[in-house]
Structure formats: structure tokens, C-alpha cells
Design a protein around this ligand. Sequence first.
Ligand SMILES: Cc1cn([C@H]2C[C@H](O)[C@@H](COP(=O)(O)OP(=O)(O)O[C@H]3O[C@H](CO)[C@@H](O)[C@H](O)[C@H]3O)O2)c(=O)[nH]c1=O
Length: 350
Amino acid sequence: MKTILVTGGAGFIGSNFIRYMLSKYKDYKIINLDKLTYAGNLENLKDVEDNPNYTFIKGDICDKELVEEIFSQDIDYVVNFAAESHVDRSIMDPEIFVKTNVLGTVTLLNAAKKAWEEGDSFKEGKKFLQVSTDEVYGSLGETGYFTETTPLDPHSPYSSSKAAADLIVKAYYDTYKMPVNITRCSNNYGPYQFPEKLIPLMINNCLNKKPLPVYGDGLNVRDWLYVEDHCKAIDLVLHKGRIGEIYNIGGNNEKTNIEIVKLIVAYIHDNVDPTVDESLITYVADRKGHDRRYAIDATKIKEELGWYPETKFEEGIKKTIEWYLKNREWLKNVTSGEYQKYYERMYSNR
Ligand SMILES: Cc1cn([C@H]2C[C@H](O)[C@@H](COP(=O)(O)OP(=O)(O)O[C@H]3O[C@H](CO)[C@@H](O)[C@H](O)[C@H]3O)O2)c(=O)[nH]c1=O
């Protein structure tokens, strides 16, 4: 029996993680603390909202009083997914990224430390897991991989805020010996991803026959990881990861952006609407400071914890597109209102 505080559980990866953990551990309690920003959506958790082991609390990880009050319950693990996560938004509005990603993390760390400290050490069995990103390592050329010892070299306001948060988490381990882990994942894809990110944005635009905006030359490379494989990796690190360690989590699946876009177009063309074709592809101005290539070396998590990405990309992308096709109402709801304004601001003069 464990109680896990999951922050940002109404977002894409967080909601997939909550669903995965509730079905795997029938005796675990999950508290989901989520601010419900534009990217958080309780619809993502409709199927588990009545589960007696699940509690939702609406709130901000920067709210010290609220976070401390949550820790009046006996929390065993914290998994911190809560973050502003979209690189393009961070280029437009950096401040909220620093606030949520850095101050939010330190607020959570402080509350956990206060609740878990026992004399000059920590109660048994506690852990703070910080969910981070491979973007903290910066950008690769055509060869090489990020390992856990690759120096931090973030470029965007988003990745810089995540790197800062990682360093604060590390400082709590180095200074107080607080039981922590940091995981750094590559690009996730799968059900419930908000359609500002490459894959769901392209699916949504294909379904609406809107131009498909490809940044720069379309040859930037990302390493795609199916979200459920990521959830399995976090579960393993939470239970078996060595305290104080960082674990990279990658899909071992590098693709250029244009390959991804063409694959989505072909699927929609063949299975949904034959009038959708590559003529929708529109090359637009590049993202400022656009990292060229991310690729993860996940040897450490494989050798220490036996994790590897189980889902083949061909299978994962098919499942993902089919999920969006089955959930058009969800897609319609999340792309109304604020999304339209964002889309205009983001894409109108590129
Ligand atoms: C939205 C969009 C993206 N792109 C390009 C930019 C990138 O090279 C690639 C993927 O873009 P995004 O889906 O925004 O993801 P990216 O910037 O790689 O970052 C993601 O992956 C990171 C992990 O690597 C996470 O830490 C971030 O939170 C997550 O947003 O596709 C386009 O060409 N056109 C687009 O409209």
C-alpha cells in the first residue's frame, strides 16, 4: 500500500501514468494535483474518476499552503509531471515556464522534505521523482547520443527551466540526502497528447484539411517514445531506481519531422479521406534556436532495471492515429477557445 502524489496528472503523460498505475497496483492510492491549465483536462481521466483509490485536487504546485496541506497525508512518493512543456510557447512567454517549472519544483521539494525528514535523515521508503527531458542536454549533430553524463546545455526557455529544476532536485540530494531520482525522456507520443505538439497537431490539421506547418527544412530529428513505455519506465525507476541517480528514457526510434508528417498524411489518405495528401505540407519559418537532433542512450535503465521500449513505432503511431480518430469529440473540445487564439498567434505570420 503506497500513496503517490502525482502532479500534472491531468496532462498527457501524467494522465497516462495515473491510468497505468491504478490498473497495475490495486492497493495504491493516487492523489492528482493539477492546476488545469490549457493543457490539463479532466476528460483525460474520465474512466478512472470514480476509482476509490483516486483523488483529484485542483491547484498549483507553486501554492505552498496547499502543497503542505496535501503532505499532512502520508505521501510515499511524489512524481512531478507538472510543467509548462511546449517549446514554442516558452519562446513567446518565458516567465510562466520559470515560475511553474522551477519555483513549483522547489515548493514541492520543500514540502516533501518537511514531511519526510526524520532527525538528520529521511523516513524509509520515500522518494521524489522529477520527470525531466532530454532537451536539457541541448542538441546533437548527425552522430552521437545523450547519456546521463552528457553536460547540460539547454537552449530554449523551456529546456533551461527544466535544467534548472533538475539542478535544484540534485541539490536536495547532494545537500540533504533527500531520496530523489530524475528521469529524462525523449519525445513522447500516444493518446491524450495536446494538439500543439507535432504528431497530434498534424493529425488534427489533416482531419480538418488545414496546412501542415513544417518548421525549417523538416530534417530535425526526434527520438519517439510511446507514452505507455515511458510510464513503465517511471514505474521501474520509482520502485527500483538507485537513490540520487538520473535515468535516460528513450525510444531508440529516430525520425525526421518530415518523415513523421508524411506517414500521418499517408495513413489519413489511405484510411480516412483520400483527398488529404502531401500538398497540405507547408514549410514555414523555423523555430528560433531549433535543436537539430535528439537521440537518447538508454543503456543505463536497460542494464540496471531491465527496461526497454516495447512498442514498435509502426504499431504505436497506428494506435495513436486511431485513438484520435475515435476521439474526435475530445479533439474538437481541446482545439476550441484558447487553442484557436494560440494557433493564430503562433502560425499566422510564419
Ligand atoms: C508543433 C510543430 C513542431 N514541429 C517540429 C519541431 C520539432 O523539431 C518537432 C517536434 O516538436 P514538438 O512536438 O513541439 O516537440 P519538441 O520541441 O521536440 O519537444 C517535446 O519533446 C521534449 C522531449 O524531447 C519534451 O521535453 C517537450 O515537452 C515536448 O514538447 O517538430 C514542426 O515542424 N511543426 C509544428 O507545427
